[in-house]
Design a protein around this ligand. Structure first.
Ligand SMILES: Cc1ncc(COP(=O)(O)O)c(C=O)c1O
Length: 388
Protein backbone atom coordinates (compact mmCIF):
# COMPACT_ATOMS: atom_id res chain seq x y z
CA UNK A 1 0.00 0.00 0.00
CA UNK A 2 1.31 3.40 -0.94
CA UNK A 3 0.58 5.68 1.98
CA UNK A 4 2.24 8.60 0.16
CA UNK A 5 -0.54 8.63 -2.37
CA UNK A 6 -2.83 11.65 -1.92
CA UNK A 7 -6.47 10.63 -2.34
CA UNK A 8 -8.79 13.55 -2.94
CA UNK A 9 -11.54 13.38 -0.32
CA UNK A 10 -13.24 16.60 -1.35
CA UNK A 11 -16.87 16.18 -2.35
CA UNK A 12 -17.12 12.69 -0.90
CA UNK A 13 -19.24 13.84 2.07
CA UNK A 14 -16.17 13.52 4.24
CA UNK A 15 -16.67 15.07 7.65
CA UNK A 16 -13.02 16.14 7.77
CA UNK A 17 -12.73 17.60 4.26
CA UNK A 18 -16.23 18.67 3.22
CA UNK A 19 -17.87 19.73 6.46
CA UNK A 20 -15.16 21.67 8.30
CA UNK A 21 -16.62 25.04 7.21
CA UNK A 22 -19.72 24.27 9.30
CA UNK A 23 -17.53 23.85 12.37
CA UNK A 24 -14.75 26.38 11.76
CA UNK A 25 -16.74 29.06 9.93
CA UNK A 26 -14.30 29.37 7.03
CA UNK A 27 -13.88 27.48 3.77
CA UNK A 28 -10.18 27.84 3.05
CA UNK A 29 -8.67 25.84 5.91
CA UNK A 30 -6.41 22.80 5.77
CA UNK A 31 -8.23 20.00 7.59
CA UNK A 32 -6.23 18.02 10.15
CA UNK A 33 -8.95 17.54 12.75
CA UNK A 34 -11.41 14.56 12.68
CA UNK A 35 -9.79 11.31 13.86
CA UNK A 36 -9.94 9.30 10.66
CA UNK A 37 -7.22 8.55 8.13
CA UNK A 38 -6.78 9.91 4.62
CA UNK A 39 -5.68 6.39 3.57
CA UNK A 40 -7.63 3.73 1.70
CA UNK A 41 -8.61 0.68 3.72
CA UNK A 42 -6.61 -2.53 3.11
CA UNK A 43 -7.12 -4.17 -0.29
CA UNK A 44 -8.64 -7.41 1.10
CA UNK A 45 -11.28 -5.27 2.83
CA UNK A 46 -12.14 -3.48 -0.40
CA UNK A 47 -12.29 -6.80 -2.26
CA UNK A 48 -14.62 -8.32 0.31
CA UNK A 49 -16.90 -5.29 0.13
CA UNK A 50 -16.90 -5.39 -3.69
CA UNK A 51 -18.06 -8.98 -3.54
CA UNK A 52 -21.04 -7.99 -1.41
CA UNK A 53 -21.86 -5.07 -3.71
CA UNK A 54 -21.61 -7.29 -6.80
CA UNK A 55 -23.98 -9.76 -5.22
CA UNK A 56 -26.28 -6.80 -4.92
CA UNK A 57 -28.83 -8.14 -2.45
CA UNK A 58 -28.99 -6.13 0.75
CA UNK A 59 -31.72 -7.89 2.64
CA UNK A 60 -31.67 -8.48 6.41
CA UNK A 61 -28.36 -9.75 7.63
CA UNK A 62 -26.94 -11.31 10.78
CA UNK A 63 -23.40 -11.44 12.05
CA UNK A 64 -21.88 -14.84 11.28
CA UNK A 65 -19.80 -16.98 13.64
CA UNK A 66 -16.81 -16.34 11.37
CA UNK A 67 -16.85 -12.64 12.40
CA UNK A 68 -16.70 -13.62 16.07
CA UNK A 69 -13.86 -16.04 15.30
CA UNK A 70 -11.86 -13.44 13.36
CA UNK A 71 -12.33 -10.99 16.25
CA UNK A 72 -11.25 -13.35 19.03
CA UNK A 73 -8.26 -14.54 16.96
CA UNK A 74 -7.16 -10.94 16.42
CA UNK A 75 -7.30 -10.16 20.16
CA UNK A 76 -5.41 -13.35 20.99
CA UNK A 77 -2.78 -12.70 18.35
CA UNK A 78 -2.24 -8.96 18.97
CA UNK A 79 -2.66 -8.78 22.75
CA UNK A 80 -2.27 -12.35 23.89
CA UNK A 81 -5.78 -11.94 25.26
CA UNK A 82 -7.98 -15.05 25.14
CA UNK A 83 -11.69 -14.44 25.15
CA UNK A 84 -14.62 -16.49 23.90
CA UNK A 85 -17.33 -15.53 21.39
CA UNK A 86 -19.80 -15.45 24.27
CA UNK A 87 -18.06 -12.42 25.78
CA UNK A 88 -18.64 -10.22 22.72
CA UNK A 89 -21.57 -7.94 21.94
CA UNK A 90 -21.38 -6.06 18.64
CA UNK A 91 -22.43 -2.41 18.72
CA UNK A 92 -22.90 0.36 16.15
CA UNK A 93 -20.00 2.49 17.43
CA UNK A 94 -18.03 2.86 20.65
CA UNK A 95 -19.71 6.10 21.72
CA UNK A 96 -23.24 4.65 21.55
CA UNK A 97 -21.92 1.46 23.19
CA UNK A 98 -20.69 3.47 26.19
CA UNK A 99 -23.95 5.38 26.38
CA UNK A 100 -25.87 2.11 26.56
CA UNK A 101 -23.46 0.78 29.19
CA UNK A 102 -24.12 3.89 31.29
CA UNK A 103 -27.87 3.41 30.89
CA UNK A 104 -27.73 -0.29 31.76
CA UNK A 105 -25.38 -0.23 34.74
CA UNK A 106 -25.84 3.15 36.43
CA UNK A 107 -28.74 5.34 37.45
CA UNK A 108 -29.38 9.06 37.36
CA UNK A 109 -26.89 11.17 39.34
CA UNK A 110 -24.42 8.32 39.80
CA UNK A 111 -20.83 9.53 39.65
CA UNK A 112 -18.77 8.69 36.56
CA UNK A 113 -15.05 9.49 36.39
CA UNK A 114 -13.26 10.74 33.29
CA UNK A 115 -9.64 11.85 32.91
CA UNK A 116 -9.40 15.22 31.18
CA UNK A 117 -8.18 16.43 28.81
CA UNK A 118 -10.03 13.62 27.09
CA UNK A 119 -12.02 12.69 23.98
CA UNK A 120 -14.84 15.24 24.28
CA UNK A 121 -17.91 12.99 23.75
CA UNK A 122 -17.12 11.48 27.18
CA UNK A 123 -18.51 14.67 28.75
CA UNK A 124 -21.74 14.43 26.76
CA UNK A 125 -22.04 10.72 27.53
CA UNK A 126 -22.13 11.45 31.24
CA UNK A 127 -24.14 14.66 31.08
CA UNK A 128 -26.75 13.65 28.47
CA UNK A 129 -27.48 10.60 30.61
CA UNK A 130 -27.88 12.91 33.64
CA UNK A 131 -25.07 11.25 35.60
CA UNK A 132 -22.60 13.23 37.72
CA UNK A 133 -19.31 14.07 36.04
CA UNK A 134 -16.27 13.42 38.22
CA UNK A 135 -13.04 14.82 36.79
CA UNK A 136 -9.67 13.22 37.49
CA UNK A 137 -7.33 15.39 35.40
CA UNK A 138 -4.12 13.89 34.10
CA UNK A 139 -0.97 15.22 35.68
CA UNK A 140 1.70 16.95 33.67
CA UNK A 141 5.17 15.94 34.88
CA UNK A 142 8.60 16.49 33.43
CA UNK A 143 8.36 12.96 32.02
CA UNK A 144 5.04 13.59 30.33
CA UNK A 145 1.43 13.02 31.32
CA UNK A 146 0.51 10.47 34.00
CA UNK A 147 -2.54 9.58 36.05
CA UNK A 148 -3.06 11.32 39.38
CA UNK A 149 -3.79 8.21 41.47
CA UNK A 150 -4.33 10.08 44.73
CA UNK A 151 -7.04 12.21 43.21
CA UNK A 152 -8.40 9.15 41.40
CA UNK A 153 -8.86 7.36 44.71
CA UNK A 154 -10.72 10.36 46.12
CA UNK A 155 -13.01 10.45 43.09
CA UNK A 156 -13.57 6.70 43.24
CA UNK A 157 -15.06 7.09 46.70
CA UNK A 158 -17.97 8.93 45.04
CA UNK A 159 -18.10 6.99 41.75
CA UNK A 160 -20.05 4.04 40.36
CA UNK A 161 -18.20 3.98 37.06
CA UNK A 162 -15.05 5.21 35.35
CA UNK A 163 -14.54 5.70 31.61
CA UNK A 164 -10.90 5.02 30.82
CA UNK A 165 -9.39 6.06 27.49
CA UNK A 166 -6.65 3.55 26.68
CA UNK A 167 -4.60 4.53 24.71
CA UNK A 168 -5.49 8.06 25.70
CA UNK A 169 -6.90 10.49 23.16
CA UNK A 170 -5.65 13.28 22.87
CA UNK A 171 -2.54 12.86 25.06
CA UNK A 172 -1.36 9.74 23.21
CA UNK A 173 -0.34 7.80 26.32
CA UNK A 174 -0.25 4.01 26.10
CA UNK A 175 -0.90 3.12 29.73
CA UNK A 176 1.59 0.63 31.16
CA UNK A 177 0.65 -2.65 32.77
CA UNK A 178 1.70 -1.15 36.15
CA UNK A 179 -0.52 1.91 35.73
CA UNK A 180 -3.48 -0.23 34.71
CA UNK A 181 -2.94 -2.68 37.55
CA UNK A 182 -2.87 0.17 40.04
CA UNK A 183 -6.08 1.56 38.57
CA UNK A 184 -7.71 -1.87 38.77
CA UNK A 185 -6.67 -2.19 42.44
CA UNK A 186 -8.33 1.12 43.26
CA UNK A 187 -11.45 0.15 41.31
CA UNK A 188 -11.58 -3.13 43.24
CA UNK A 189 -11.20 -1.35 46.56
CA UNK A 190 -13.95 1.17 45.81
CA UNK A 191 -16.17 -1.15 43.73
CA UNK A 192 -16.08 0.98 40.62
CA UNK A 193 -17.04 -0.50 37.25
CA UNK A 194 -14.41 0.45 34.67
CA UNK A 195 -15.41 0.91 31.04
CA UNK A 196 -12.24 0.89 29.01
CA UNK A 197 -12.43 2.58 25.62
CA UNK A 198 -9.67 0.79 23.72
CA UNK A 199 -10.65 1.89 20.22
CA UNK A 200 -7.04 2.99 19.60
CA UNK A 201 -5.53 -0.25 20.96
CA UNK A 202 -4.08 -1.33 17.62
CA UNK A 203 -2.45 2.02 16.94
CA UNK A 204 0.66 1.69 19.03
CA UNK A 205 3.65 3.74 17.94
CA UNK A 206 5.84 3.05 20.94
CA UNK A 207 5.31 0.60 23.81
CA UNK A 208 2.78 -2.16 24.23
CA UNK A 209 -0.97 -2.07 24.72
CA UNK A 210 -2.32 -4.04 27.66
CA UNK A 211 -6.08 -4.58 27.73
CA UNK A 212 -7.36 -3.30 31.09
CA UNK A 213 -9.20 -6.54 31.50
CA UNK A 214 -5.88 -8.43 31.40
CA UNK A 215 -4.25 -6.06 33.87
CA UNK A 216 -7.25 -6.61 36.16
CA UNK A 217 -7.03 -10.41 36.04
CA UNK A 218 -7.38 -11.98 39.46
CA UNK A 219 -8.91 -8.84 40.95
CA UNK A 220 -12.49 -8.56 41.98
CA UNK A 221 -13.24 -5.69 39.65
CA UNK A 222 -15.58 -5.59 36.70
CA UNK A 223 -14.32 -4.24 33.38
CA UNK A 224 -16.07 -3.75 30.04
CA UNK A 225 -13.81 -3.17 27.08
CA UNK A 226 -14.90 -1.27 23.97
CA UNK A 227 -13.01 -2.11 20.80
CA UNK A 228 -13.42 -1.80 17.04
CA UNK A 229 -11.58 -2.25 13.75
CA UNK A 230 -12.73 1.28 12.85
CA UNK A 231 -9.71 3.40 13.85
CA UNK A 232 -7.29 0.59 13.02
CA UNK A 233 -8.35 0.13 9.40
CA UNK A 234 -10.14 3.41 8.69
CA UNK A 235 -13.64 1.94 8.67
CA UNK A 236 -15.35 4.33 11.10
CA UNK A 237 -18.32 5.19 8.88
CA UNK A 238 -19.30 1.51 8.73
CA UNK A 239 -20.24 1.74 12.41
CA UNK A 240 -19.08 -1.59 13.73
CA UNK A 241 -17.59 -1.97 17.18
CA UNK A 242 -17.97 -4.36 20.10
CA UNK A 243 -17.89 -4.65 23.85
CA UNK A 244 -16.04 -7.47 25.64
CA UNK A 245 -17.72 -8.50 28.89
CA UNK A 246 -16.10 -10.38 31.75
CA UNK A 247 -19.35 -11.15 33.51
CA UNK A 248 -22.05 -13.12 31.72
CA UNK A 249 -24.91 -11.65 33.78
CA UNK A 250 -23.78 -8.17 32.77
CA UNK A 251 -23.55 -9.21 29.16
CA UNK A 252 -27.12 -10.48 29.27
CA UNK A 253 -28.35 -7.29 30.94
CA UNK A 254 -26.62 -5.24 28.25
CA UNK A 255 -28.09 -7.31 25.42
CA UNK A 256 -31.52 -6.93 26.94
CA UNK A 257 -31.08 -3.16 27.09
CA UNK A 258 -29.98 -3.06 23.42
CA UNK A 259 -33.01 -5.12 22.44
CA UNK A 260 -35.31 -2.78 24.30
CA UNK A 261 -33.75 0.15 22.48
CA UNK A 262 -33.91 -1.68 19.11
CA UNK A 263 -30.15 -1.29 18.62
CA UNK A 264 -28.56 -3.64 16.14
CA UNK A 265 -25.58 -3.73 13.86
CA UNK A 266 -26.56 -5.83 10.93
CA UNK A 267 -24.83 -4.30 7.95
CA UNK A 268 -23.29 -6.83 5.56
CA UNK A 269 -20.62 -4.42 4.34
CA UNK A 270 -19.48 -3.78 7.90
CA UNK A 271 -19.41 -7.51 8.62
CA UNK A 272 -17.17 -8.45 5.69
CA UNK A 273 -15.01 -5.36 6.13
CA UNK A 274 -14.33 -6.14 9.78
CA UNK A 275 -13.78 -9.83 9.19
CA UNK A 276 -11.37 -9.41 6.30
CA UNK A 277 -9.52 -6.60 8.11
CA UNK A 278 -8.94 -8.86 11.11
CA UNK A 279 -8.03 -11.85 8.95
CA UNK A 280 -5.93 -10.16 6.26
CA UNK A 281 -5.17 -6.60 7.37
CA UNK A 282 -2.18 -7.04 9.63
CA UNK A 283 0.50 -6.30 7.06
CA UNK A 284 -1.32 -3.11 6.03
CA UNK A 285 -1.56 -2.13 9.70
CA UNK A 286 2.16 -2.60 10.32
CA UNK A 287 3.02 -0.53 7.24
CA UNK A 288 0.56 2.17 8.23
CA UNK A 289 2.09 2.34 11.71
CA UNK A 290 5.58 2.73 10.21
CA UNK A 291 4.32 5.53 8.00
CA UNK A 292 2.56 7.35 10.84
CA UNK A 293 5.58 6.97 13.15
CA UNK A 294 7.70 8.75 10.53
CA UNK A 295 5.06 11.49 10.14
CA UNK A 296 4.97 12.04 13.89
CA UNK A 297 8.76 12.17 14.09
CA UNK A 298 8.83 14.66 11.23
CA UNK A 299 6.23 16.93 12.86
CA UNK A 300 8.14 16.87 16.15
CA UNK A 301 11.50 17.65 14.61
CA UNK A 302 10.20 20.31 12.24
CA UNK A 303 8.02 22.12 14.77
CA UNK A 304 10.60 22.12 17.54
CA UNK A 305 13.47 23.26 15.33
CA UNK A 306 11.51 25.86 13.33
CA UNK A 307 9.03 27.05 15.96
CA UNK A 308 10.80 26.81 19.31
CA UNK A 309 7.90 28.25 21.30
CA UNK A 310 5.74 25.28 20.27
CA UNK A 311 6.26 21.82 21.81
CA UNK A 312 5.10 18.49 20.48
CA UNK A 313 3.95 15.79 22.91
CA UNK A 314 5.09 12.65 21.11
CA UNK A 315 2.25 10.11 21.10
CA UNK A 316 2.97 6.54 22.19
CA UNK A 317 -0.36 5.54 20.69
CA UNK A 318 -3.06 6.92 18.34
CA UNK A 319 -2.26 8.87 15.18
CA UNK A 320 -3.10 12.13 16.91
CA UNK A 321 -0.47 14.62 18.03
CA UNK A 322 -1.02 16.83 21.08
CA UNK A 323 0.77 20.10 20.48
CA UNK A 324 1.58 22.55 23.25
CA UNK A 325 1.20 26.14 22.07
CA UNK A 326 1.20 27.71 25.53
CA UNK A 327 4.59 29.25 24.71
CA UNK A 328 2.85 31.58 22.25
CA UNK A 329 1.17 33.27 25.23
CA UNK A 330 -2.23 33.58 23.61
CA UNK A 331 -5.62 33.31 25.27
CA UNK A 332 -7.66 30.34 24.02
CA UNK A 333 -9.90 32.45 21.80
CA UNK A 334 -6.93 34.33 20.39
CA UNK A 335 -5.13 31.06 19.61
CA UNK A 336 -8.21 29.65 17.88
CA UNK A 337 -8.59 32.76 15.76
CA UNK A 338 -4.90 32.83 14.90
CA UNK A 339 -5.04 29.19 13.75
CA UNK A 340 -8.14 29.79 11.62
CA UNK A 341 -7.52 33.28 10.25
CA UNK A 342 -3.78 33.38 9.98
CA UNK A 343 -2.53 29.79 9.73
CA UNK A 344 -5.70 28.67 7.88
CA UNK A 345 -5.66 25.35 9.69
CA UNK A 346 -8.51 23.22 11.00
CA UNK A 347 -6.93 21.54 14.02
CA UNK A 348 -8.86 20.25 17.05
CA UNK A 349 -8.82 22.99 19.69
CA UNK A 350 -7.44 21.82 23.03
CA UNK A 351 -10.24 23.26 25.21
CA UNK A 352 -12.72 20.96 23.42
CA UNK A 353 -11.15 18.16 25.47
CA UNK A 354 -11.61 20.01 28.76
CA UNK A 355 -10.18 23.13 30.34
CA UNK A 356 -6.85 21.35 30.85
CA UNK A 357 -6.50 21.42 27.06
CA UNK A 358 -6.16 25.23 27.02
CA UNK A 359 -3.17 26.32 24.94
CA UNK A 360 -2.99 22.95 23.15
CA UNK A 361 -4.19 21.72 19.77
CA UNK A 362 -4.52 18.23 18.32
CA UNK A 363 -3.17 17.43 14.87
CA UNK A 364 -4.05 14.30 12.90
CA UNK A 365 -0.97 12.59 11.41
CA UNK A 366 -2.76 9.78 9.53
CA UNK A 367 -2.32 11.32 6.12
CA UNK A 368 0.23 11.41 3.29
CA UNK A 369 3.42 13.33 4.07
CA UNK A 370 2.41 15.95 1.52
CA UNK A 371 -0.69 16.75 3.57
CA UNK A 372 1.42 17.07 6.71
CA UNK A 373 3.89 19.34 4.86
CA UNK A 374 1.12 21.68 3.77
CA UNK A 375 -0.16 21.92 7.34
CA UNK A 376 3.32 22.62 8.68
CA UNK A 377 3.98 25.19 5.96
CA UNK A 378 0.86 27.11 6.92
CA UNK A 379 1.74 26.96 10.61
CA UNK A 380 5.31 28.13 10.05
CA UNK A 381 4.29 31.07 7.86
CA UNK A 382 1.80 32.25 10.45
CA UNK A 383 4.39 31.74 13.19
CA UNK A 384 6.96 33.81 11.32
CA UNK A 385 4.44 36.60 10.87
CA UNK A 386 3.95 36.69 14.65
CA UNK A 387 7.56 37.62 15.18
CA UNK A 388 7.86 40.28 12.50
C1 LIG B 1 -11.33 7.45 22.33
C2 LIG B 1 -12.37 7.36 21.25
N1 LIG B 1 -13.50 6.67 21.46
C3 LIG B 1 -14.45 6.55 20.53
C4 LIG B 1 -14.31 7.17 19.29
C5 LIG B 1 -15.40 7.07 18.28
O1 LIG B 1 -15.96 5.83 18.27
P1 LIG B 1 -17.21 5.47 17.36
O2 LIG B 1 -17.07 6.20 16.06
O3 LIG B 1 -17.09 4.00 17.22
O4 LIG B 1 -18.43 5.87 18.13
C6 LIG B 1 -13.15 7.90 19.03
C7 LIG B 1 -13.00 8.59 17.75
O5 LIG B 1 -12.21 9.47 17.59
C8 LIG B 1 -12.16 8.00 20.02
O6 LIG B 1 -11.03 8.68 19.83
Amino acid sequence: MDFQNVIDRNQTNSMKWDFYPDVYGAGDLWPMWVADMDFQAPKPVLDAMHEVINHGVFGYHRRPKSLFDATTSWLEHRFNWSISDEQIVFTPGVVPAISHIIQTFTKKEDGIIIQPPVYFPFYALVQNNERTLLRNPLQETKNGFTMDFEDLEEKMKEAEMMILCSPHNPIGRVWTQEELTRLAELAEKHEVLVVSDEIHADIILDGKHTPLSKAAEGKNVETMTCLAPSKTFNLASLQLSYVVFENNESKKAYEKHLQQEFVGINNPLATVAAESAYRHGEEWLEQMLEYVRANVEHVKQYVESEMPEIKVVKPEGTYLIWIDMRGLNMENKELEQWLRRDAKLALSDGPNFGKEGGGFVRMNAACPRETIEEGLRRLKEAYDRLNT
